[in-house]
Design a protein around this ligand. Structure first.
Ligand code: DAH
Length: 351
């Protein structure tokens, strides 16, 4: 029968204490745990041998062994806790942020293509002596229609499906009301461009209920038609960065007489591709409307049309941005849907 005496118990206890002193990290502590309390550990073997003791000795030895086991486990746990705390502290010290270090810099954001287009056109027009004017998006019928020679009965009111507020005001359907507000505010002579959001009841792949326009107005004495043509051509060529073919097509707007629409040579195929996805084989792209300001409009701006005349134009900024940057789907400009973005991006890359 194996001897389980106080001697063995003390020997295990002492060797545990000695070994514990040399523990420096969690790994060696784990080895120690296995050496004493593992399946074949010194303490475990002692406990196993209890059954072989004479019954009269078993009780006391059992108590002592249990006490030793509790003691060993408590010490192992306490040491583990201390080691973990020390390791955390070391880690924290390593990770400490030095707020005095210079920063790594930030990646700059970029302008939205429509805003970029807006700024580019403003720059070009400022070079031609134009100033920027703005007006409210929630507009009065008076400025949006009446003053622009579009009386209530006028069929042109059907041309623009309008968002009305219950009080009779509306979301402006174009930037043209800023023409009137600016004439009233600044008088003549006047050269302004008015960028901004406009709203119509439209929503499909080529129309959005909100889009951006750039209005222009020049009022002076004896303004010839040719100045309008020259100004528009200058703006388009400077914006696209090359000399494009353009043509004026006779059109109708209530606020100008005569009125025209401007078509430019297709920026994608220059009229060479009968299957072009941008011009659909026509070779031309419609970019805006313009004309010599109607005397009624000049009068609504409290300027004498017998002394002053001028021209006005209105361009779609979103369309200009799409043409310049090769964006084929209008929704890419306003929608957060990443799938439109990815397909549009692939298309843009392959251009
Ligand atoms: N307001 C017109 C539209 O929204 C665009 C326009 C055409 C503006 C001719 C003008 C102009 O100033 O002269 O469709």
């Amino acid at each position: 029968m194996p001897e389980l005496s106080e001697l063995n118990i003390n020997a295990v206890k002492e060797s545990f204490e000695a070994a514990l002193k040399s523990v420096t990290n969690l790994e060696t502590l784990d080895e120690l745990r296995v050496r004493f309390t593992g399946k074949k550990g010194d303490l475990t073997l002692l406990l196993k041998s209890l059954g072989k003791l004479l019954p009269e000795l078993r009780k006391q030895a059992g108590q002592e062994l249990n006490k030793l086991r509790d003691e060993i486990e408590a010490k192992l746990n306490l040491t583990a806790k201390k080691l973990r705390e020390a390791e955390n502290e070391k880690q924290e010290n390593n990770d400490r942020i030095d707020v005095t270090l210079p920063s790594k810099g930030r990646t700059a954001g970029a302008f939205h293509p429509v805003m970029q287009t807006m700024h580019e056109i403003i720059n070009i027009m400022q070079g031609l002596g134009y100033s920027v004017a703005t007006g409210p998006e929630k507009e009065e019928e008076f400025y949006n229609f009446e003053c622009l020679n579009v009386p209530k009965w006028h069929p042109a009111r059907d041309m623009q499906d309008t968002f009305y507020f219950p009080d009779g005001t509306l979301l402006r359907t174009h930037t043209s009301p800023v023409q009137i507000r600016s004439m009233l505010q600044y008088g003549a002579p006047l050269r302004i461009v008015c960028p901004g959001k406009v709203y119509r009841r439209d929503n499909d792949t080529t129309h959005s209920p909100m889009f951006n326009q750039m209005e222009g107005l020049l009022i002076d004495k004896n303004v010839p038609f040719s100045v309008m043509k020259g100004t528009i051509a200058e703006m388009i060529n400077a914006f696209f960065g090359r000399s494009l073919k353009y043509r004026f097509r006779a059109s109708y707007f209530p606020f100008t007489e005569p009125s025209m629409e401007l078509d430019i040579e297709c920026v994608e195929c220059s009229g060479r591709d009968p299957h072009c996805r941008v011009c659909h084989g026509t070779g031309w792209l419609e970019v805006g409307g313009m004309g010599m300001v109607h005397p009624n409009v000049i009068r609504a701006g409290k300027i004498d049309p017998d002394i002053y005349n001028g021209f006005a134009f209105g361009f779609g900024l979103d369309r200009m941005a799409m043409l310049k940057y090769g964006i084929s789907d209008l929704r890419l400009l306003f929608d957060g849907n990443i799938s439109y973005f990815m397909s549009g991006f692939e298309e843009a890359k392959s251009c």
